[in-house]
Design a protein around this ligand. Structure first.
Ligand code: GDD
Ligand code: MG
Length: 357
């Protein structure tokens, strides 16, 4: 497929602080690989190789990490907004890099969605849509863009972050669109503009051909700490087509150079435990559910890790307990400290022995 893709990655990721202070959200590691690599795999599976990245916040970090895209088998181009221009302004900026007359795909850079892009494009062409919006179903639409359609799948209303009294269905904007290039004429250049709050309502009030494509695959927006942790758990529980890298032994997936102590134990259901390259684990450490430990971390003797994510270079003291939490890179967690559910420890933090957080 020669369709080009645009990925919107210029947001500040405020709901994922403190982790997005050090790394922009689309580059945060998910199972020790930058999140965007998963989106790239889905694009490549549908033959898409040309990708425009619309950056703003920490734009240099993307160039450093992803470069030309050659290592991923892609051709990446970058557009930079000096001040964030919103999702619409960002897209308008990419216009010069898109093929004239050809429909193109747009993705939010923080969504993992096993979307059938080939079928999505086929439907878009067949219905001669101005925009086709992929939809998914969620329990709480107030956090997303609510989409109301008619029986033929034509979109009637788009309400970004609706209140509960506006909700009649559970179908939301999955953060993936196919655009007819002419639709970009409705977006002003160089000023802040929102696809969700301005372009879509404008098109709908002018009888624009805006259609929906219901995606039934796995879907998650990793934009909160809870969901960032959850995507790890879901992949490790086998709920997606993705898997973590590593040599598999029992419930462990081991990176190169991992050192394991004796008498490790595993409990809490089926999950998997990923230990990144160079991790060392002390004797009698215990793992429960699914756990991801970043490269060069160390896990002390008798420490207990349950359904948690630990970023690279963190040292976990003897007997420390980490439960359903996310720990930033380069932290020092003292012996016997207890980090309980929903703890989000900023990179470089020091937690003294016996602390309870
Ligand atoms: N370049 C650029 N410039 N990118 C931006 C800007 C900007 O000013 N603002 C946001 N983005 C990028 C973010 O980096 C992110 O990848 C994507 O656009 C969506 O922004 P979020 O801040 O994550 O939005 P949201 O999750 O609250 O809502 C959006 O996604 C939902 C699905 O996950 C909306 O599109 C909703 O309608 C949708 O349901
Ligand atoms: Mg989001």
């Amino acid at each position: 497929m020669s369709m080009k893709a645009v990925i919107l990655i210029g947001g500040k990721g405020t709901r994922l602080r403190p982790f997005t202070i050090d790394t922009p959200k689309p580059l945060l590691p998910v199972l020790n690989r930058p999140f965007l690599h998963y989106q790239f795999e889905i694009l490549k599976a549908h033959g898409i190789k040309d990708v425009v990245l619309c950056t703003s916040y920490q734009s240099e970090a993307f160039r450093r990490s992803l470069g030309t895209g050659a290592a991923q088998g892609l051709r990446l181009k970058y557009v930079v907004e000096r001040d964030p221009l919103g999702t619409g302004g960002a897209l308008k900026n990419a216009q010069a890099l898109l093929a004239p007359g050809e429909p193109f795909l747009v993705l939010n850079g923080d969504v993992l969605n096993t979307l059938d892009i080939t079928a999505f494009l086929k439907q878009h062409r067949k219905l001669r849509a101005a925009v086709t919006i992929a939809l998914t179903r969620v329990k709480d639409p107030t956090l997303y863009g609510l989409v109301k359609t008619d029986d033929g799948g034509r979109i009637k209303e788009f309400i970004e972050k609706p209140s509960w009294d506006e909700i009649e269905s559970n179908t939301i904007n999955a953060g993936a669109y196919i655009f007819d290039p002419e639709t970009l004429a409705h977006i002003p250049r160089g000023v802040p503009f929102s696809l969700e709050r301005q372009l879509f309502p404008h098109l709908l009030s002018h009888e624009g051909r805006v259609f929906s494509f219901v995606s039934t695959g796995y879907w998650i927006d990793i934009g909160t700490i809870e969901r960032y942790r959850q995507v790890h758990m879901d992949i490790l529980a086998g709920q997606t087509p993705f898997s973590a890298a590593g040599r598999k032994t029992g419930r462990l997936l081991l990176g190169p150079g991992v050192k394991l102590g004796k008498d490790l134990s595993f409990g809490g259901g089926a999950g998997q435990v990923v230990l990144g390259s160079g991790v060392s684990v002390g004797d009698f450490a215990r793992f429960s559910g699914s756990v991801c430990v970043g490269p060069r971390c160390s896990v002390g003797k008798g420490a207990w890790l349950s359904d948690c994510v630990v970023l690279e270079g963190t040292k976990i003291g003897d007997g420390a307990r980490l439960e359903r939490c996310v720990i930033g890179a380069g932290c020092r967690i003292g012996a016997q400290a207890a980090l309980t559910e929903n703890t989000a420890l900023a990179g470089g933090s020091e937690v003294r022995s016996f602390s309870v957080l």
